[in-house]
Design a binder for this molecule. Structure first.
Ligand SMILES: NC(=O)c1ccc[n+]([C@@H]2O[C@H](COP(=O)([O-])OP(=O)(O)OC[C@H]3O[C@@H](n4cnc5c(N)ncnc54)[C@H](OP(=O)(O)O)[C@@H]3O)[C@@H](O)[C@H]2O)c1
Length: 287
């Protein structure tokens, strides 16, 4: 593979690109350099990968976990979005890149993460509310990353209260994102089902989904009524806490309390249909 250096404009951040592929790996990822401010204590702390950490809840979770001394791997969709995580990188985060609406880039992203080393937790946070890529970004990408990233101890998937309005039907879904088929609610029902299916299939890890509430981010809008801090607290807690409740699996959580999800989420037949569909759509089975 032909490796060439690129300098990302305005960042002074050297990255290595692999020609013939969209992959751009920040050099810090390859070097696995510890943060300049890292102490012997926080180097031992858990390492957490958060998708969609350029904005909103993903960025806020990354900020909080970094401030608490955790090792954080952030993610942006393109080299142009690296500037959005520059401050986090300056504080010791490692950056990864990949557009989750593109299967090839999502595979590249999984390879970048595996190159950094094993994660203790992955927060599947990135999401979109509108557009044809809803199913690809909100469902296919978390599925593929789950299948390809070396299995962490804890997996957290961002759901939504709106998942309860989703249709428990997979017929006619275009997982490629070429045409708009599933709604946002459908996508959140599917990703919540994915979290429950993973919990059932992999009993040695904790897999959970989180409804963050309706909070004021780019997606939620400035008039969203719920508490922004509570919007990222539960996923941080599930990713890191030694509380007995945080070390459980198969839950659908809202503000650190388990709630009852849509009935289809716990329907083993629907879980199996979903996993089969996603395996067919991606050519990668979850085993
Ligand atoms: N906000 C709410 O009220 C609310 C309620 C229920 C559930 N949620 C869920 O919570 C999660 C976070 O939401 P949020 O409110 O923080 O949203 P947000 O502010 O819109 O941030 C979404 C993040 O996902 C990234 N992303 C979107 N599409 C991507 C793609 N194709 N490739 C790579 N990254 C992509 C965005 O990157 P860019 O910055 O480059 O766009 C951004 O970092 C989502 O899963 C959402 O569905 C939010």
């Amino acid at each position: 593979m032909d490796r060439r250096r690129f300098l990302v404009a305005g960042l002074g951040l050297s990255v290595v690109g692999i020609l013939g592929s969209s992959l751009m790996i920040p050099e810090t990822s390859i070097a696995q350099a510890p943060a300049a401010s890292a102490t012997a204590d926080n180097v031992r702390k858990a390492r957490i990968f958060i998708t969609g950490s350029s904005e909103g809840l993903g960025k806020l979770a990354a900020q909080t976990l970094l401030a608490d001394g955790y090792r954080v791997v952030v993610h942006v969709r393109s080299p142009a979005r690296l500037s959005a995580v520059q401050e986090l990188v300056n504080k010791g985060a490692v950056a990864t890149i990949g557009d989750l609406s593109d299967l090839t880039q999502t595979r590249d992203l999984a390879a970048q993460v595996n190159k950094i080393g094993p994660m203790d937790a992955v927060i599947h946070n990135a999401g979109v509310y509108t557009g044809p890529a809803i199913l690809t970004v909100n469902v296919v990408a978390p599925y593929l990353l789950t299948a390809l990233i070396q299995r962490p101890k804890r997996l957290i998937y961002l759901s939504s209260g709106m998942h309860s309005g989703g249709r428990a039907s997979l017929s006619g879904m275009d997982w490629t994102g070429k045409t708009a088929t599933g709604s946002y609610s459908d996508s959140k029902l599917f990703v919540t089902t994915l979290a429950a299916a993973v919990a059932r299939m992999w009993p040695d890890i904790y897999s959970n989904s989180v409804n963050p509430g309706w909070v004021p981010t780019k997606m939620g809008g400035s008039s969203a009524p719920d508490d922004l801090r509570l919007g990222h607290l539960t996923q941080e807690w599930l990713a890191t806490s030694n509380d007995a409740e945080a070390q459980t699996s198969g839950g659908y959580w809202f503000h650190q309390k388990r709630e009852k999800p849509h009935a289809a989420v716990l329907d083993v037949q629907f879980q199996t249909q979903l996993l089969d569909e996603l395996a067919r759509a991606t050519g990668t089975a979850l085993s």
